[in-house]
Design a protein around this ligand. Structure first.
Ligand SMILES: [Ca+2]
Ligand SMILES: [Ca+2]
Ligand SMILES: [Ca+2]
Length: 261
């Protein structure tokens, strides 16, 4: 639940992204949960004929360390991230821009998608982890940012609407923009309980109309994206239910035109 579940992709030994596919033995089925909408994996990474430290092998055992290494790369660029795995998870979900199976995102709770949020992008993660992209709520920000904070479910959310008392205003670039949130829970994959159920909404700053949203029950994360012109949006987080006094929370957003930007 507070981890990153990693699947595999096959890069066919080429940098031509259109040739890439899901690794044929990558697990993708979802566990049985209270609402049966927990989506696994979260992301995928290269798994076929991977050479590391003198060893060449195939399998998700090769993909998973690549995600771990990318998380360490982020913490090496911004040491405060070392205490915030929630921010690392949100950043991984926001930057895994390449799609190798089905829809670009698992549009919860409608599908069971095999590549999660997409293919790990270490370059995007390295860029987004810079301290210059640390972006607390209440500010006006550019097209890339990350945040991490402790949320108090009683005092930080409107008691009637459930919205987080603050929001992030973002001026996005033309192209794709993805927003992701992640938080914590306890338990194993079948007997787990989130600290609470949070949902994500992104709305146009100009008129408040919804641009994208994500509202699953059993995931410790939400992610949504859109394609369009440069625009100004507000990111809103909503508390649906709470099972604890609060949680640790991470947020990330990222605009791109190509996974090779
Ligand atoms: Ca996909
Ligand atoms: Ca799945
Ligand atoms: Ca939710």
């Amino acid at each position: 639940m507070n981890t990153v579940v990693v699947g595999g992709m096959d890069d066919k030994s080429t940098t031509t992204r259109s040739s890439h596919t899901l690794y044929s033995s990558s697990s993708w089925k979802n566990p049985s949960t209270a609402h049966n909408d927990q989506e696994l994996p979260y992301v995928v990474a290269p798994a076929v004929i991977v050479t590391a430290d003198g060893k060449t092998d195939t399998g998700t055992s090769m993909a998973t360390p690549m995600v771990t290494g990318t998380a360490l790369l982020a913490t090496s660029r911004n040491s405060s991230l070392a205490s915030w795995p929630e921010a690392i998870r949100a950043m991984l979900l926001a930057t895994s821009a390449q799609n190798v199976d089905g829809a670009a995102l698992p549009y919860l709770p409608y599908g069971d998608h095999k590549d999660g949020a997409g293919v790990l992008n270490a370059a995007f993660m390295a860029r987004l982890s810079a301290t210059t992209y640390a972006s607390p709520p209440g500010g006006n920000y550019s097209s890339r940012g990350h945040d991490m904070r402790t949320l108090n479910f009683a005092s930080d959310f409107n008691s009637s609407t459930g919205y987080f008392n603050n929001q992030w205003q973002v001026y996005t670039s033309a192209g794709w923009t993805r927003v992701a949130i992640a938080w914590d829970g306890v338990g194993d994959r079948t007997n787990h309980m989130l600290d609470g159920d949070l949902d994500l909404e992104v709305r146009y700053a100009s008129n408040g109309n919804l641009i994208c949203s994500s509202a699953s029950y059993d995931n410790s994360w939400e992610v949504c994206e859109w394609y369009g012109s440069a625009t100004s949006v507000v990111i809103k987080v909503r508390k649906i239910t709470a099972t604890s006094t609060g949680t640790y929370f991470g947020l990330a957003w990222y605009s791109w035109t190509s996974p090779d930007d």
